[in-house]
Design a protein around this ligand. Structure first.
Ligand SMILES: N[C@@H](CCC(=O)N[C@@H](CS)C(=O)NCC(=O)O)C(=O)O
Length: 209
């Protein structure tokens, strides 16, 4: 019996990345919502869990793991004996790392930022976020033309890391219809046993995205 807790925020794609992976692995975890609006993540109690003051943070038997991609790596190497999600071959690991960097780079600075601007109205450059989004979605659409998954012949943590913010890109005013191979990949991901969706924001609901 594990003792997993996930500190997150329900509209955070980074948090969803961690919670959907827990579910895909069939792991039960206590989900603890951190009140970002009131600044709970900048209080001493939370900073003791993650000095960067960001969600998500995973707690496993009193040990804290911060950063969504670090959480994916930790869960895959600790709780997936089959090593489907993070295979042992150095070549496959390098390919997965390439897409973890994609998630932390252009996906974070493109679709995720555009959504933050639309949904939370933060001071961000929407034009730049849309340019970055177009570049990375065009590249991913080409990458997925002849393959089902980003980094292997099956789903890996590379797919988990990139799914949430790309699936919710329309909430940032991005038209995914322009990227049919990306859409097919999102649909494939949503069919995985254990998949759970991130709630749509009021922006998505207003525009029926
Ligand atoms: N590199 C981090 C980024 C996490 C992140 O940006 N979290 C946001 C919510 S989506 C957050 O906590 N923002 C509050 C802040 O930065 O003050 C990860 O992958 O976990």
């Amino acid at each position: 019996m594990n003792n997993l807790k996930l500190y997150g925020f329900e509209l955070s794609g980074h948090s969803h990345r961690a919670s959907v992976f827990l579910s895909l692995l069939g792991l039960k975890a206590k989900i603890i919502q951190v009140d970002l609006a009131s600044g709970e993540h900048k209080q001493a109690d939370f900073l003791a869990k993650n000095s960067f003051g960001q969600v998500p943070v995973l707690e496993d038997n009193g040990q804290f793991i911060a950063d969504s991609n670090a959480i994916l790596l930790y869960l895959a190497t600790t709780y997936d004996p089959s090593r489907q999600w993070y295979p042992e071959s150095p070549q496959q690991q390098a390919e997965i790392q390439r897409f973890l960097s994609t998630a932390a780079g252009p996906v974070a600075f493109g679709p995720a930022r555009a959504r933050i601007k639309h949904v939370f109205n933060h001071e961000l450059d929407l034009v730049q976020a849309h340019q970055v989004s177009e570049q990375i979605l065009t590249a991913l659409n080409a990458h997925l033309a002849k393959r089902d998954w980003l980094a292997a012949k099956h789903a890996t943590i590379a797919d988990v890391a990139n799914y949430s913010y790309i699936a919710h890109a329309p909430e940032g005013g991005i038209d995914l219809n322009l990227y049919p191979n990306v859409q097919a990949w999102l649909n494939r991901f949503e069919q995985l046993p254990g998949f759970v969706a991130m709630p749509k924001t009021y922006v998505a609901l207003q525009t029926k995205l």
